[in-house]
Write a protein that binds this ligand. Structure first.
Ligand code: ZN
Length: 323
């Protein structure tokens, strides 16, 4: 240790009482590191039986809320109080986007396509993050759409070209029929219907239309989760005796949607059907103690559900899925 840094107890006490001790460091010894800004991992991978599951970080946006996006049928004060009780601010929030890749051993299946590169400044990173995770877009054998909202279909094409060149697709027939109907091309549905027309419809001959309970690959079964949109669909994964629910958007906030499942959400097209779906699926995964992946849960967006009070509590997964 240099003599400049070596103080005995007496000197230290004297120094403190008399005047601040000034150390003279040679500035060349200490590099000034630049501030790098907030950061998050690009992907998170774990095993589920024989499946390998990779959650992709498409990005996250910050926006005002949770009220009035969440809790439309209650007061702003109620929502703010719930946020505060959970150590969250009452006037702003973050929503992440987490598409999921499932390697079944036979097929590489991607659930939802992210926002797409041009739609949002802090999201739309799927293609790049896939590369970080060790995959190329060309390797995706099947792309399954939980529903047709822009943050889920936005990454299907870039500049009119399909991003996943070798993929087949799967979507619920109710969802496809709803958004491609001429009646949707005006009013409140216009924006999504036009996006569907430009980036989903051109892929129609490669889309398998599925129903509730359909199997899209061995061990992957469609679960009715309607309400958020008319054909919104979850997927039940089962491999080697392990199970996981891919919930899509049945819950969109890890605190509000779980602790107050009855509260209406702006993005749910049929509010009461979405509430019923939320409670039905939360009840199932809480009772069966199976993990779920939620597209808008905080990255890596995998957790468990416990019953708590009149609602539920989100418990982020830790090492359970690594064992
Ligand atoms: Zn969404």
């Amino acid at each position: 240790m240099s003599s400049k840094l070596s103080l005995n107890r007496r000197q230290t006490v004297t120094g403190l009482l008399a005047a601040p001790v000034v150390f003279s460091f040679n500035s060349a010894t200490f590099a000034k590191a630049p501030m790098l800004g907030a950061a998050a991992p690009a992907f998170h991978r774990f095993k589920l039986g024989e499946f390998e599951i990779t959650v992709i970080n498409d990005g996250a946006i910050q926006l005002p809320g949770p009220h009035p996006i969440f809790g439309q049928n209650t007061s702003a004060e109620d929502v703010q109080a719930l946020a505060k009780a959970n150590n969250l601010p009452g006037d702003k929030m973050e929503i992440g986007f987490s598409p999921v890749v499932v390697n079944t051993g036979e097929k590489l299946v991607l659930f939802d396509s992210g926002n797409g590169g041009a739609r949002r400044p802090n999201a739309g990173r799927l293609a790049k993050a896939l590369g970080s995770a060790g995959y190329s877009a060309d390797q995706v054998d099947m792309l399954v759409l939980t529903h047709f909202h822009p943050d889920h279909i936005g990454g299907l094409m870039e500049n009119g070209t399909p991003v996943f060149a070798n993929a087949e697709y799967a979507a619920h027939e109710i969802e496809f029929d709803f958004w491609t109907h001429d009646d949707r091309m005006s009013g409140g549905t216009e924006r999504v219907a036009k996006l569907t027309s430009s980036i989903v419809k051109p892929l129609a001959d490669k889309i398998s239309m599925i129903k509730d309970g359909s199997s899209v690959a061995s061990g992957i079964t469609a679960v009715a989760a309607h309400g958020h949109t008319p054909g919104h669909t979850g997927y039940h994964l089962e491999s080697g005796g392990k199970r996981l629910l891919l919930g899509g958007d049945f819950c969109n906030h890890y605190v509000v949607s779980l602790q107050r499942p009855d509260w209406h959400v702006k993005f749910d097209m049929d509010k009461e059907e979405a509430v019923a779906t939320r409670k039905m699926l939360l009840d199932m995964i809480a009772a069966d103690k199976i993990p779920f992946a939620g597209y808008h849960m905080p990255f890596p967006a995998v957790g468990y559900v416990e019953k708590s009070g009149g609602g539920y509590r989100y418990v982020p997964a830790s090492y359970q899925l690594n064992l």
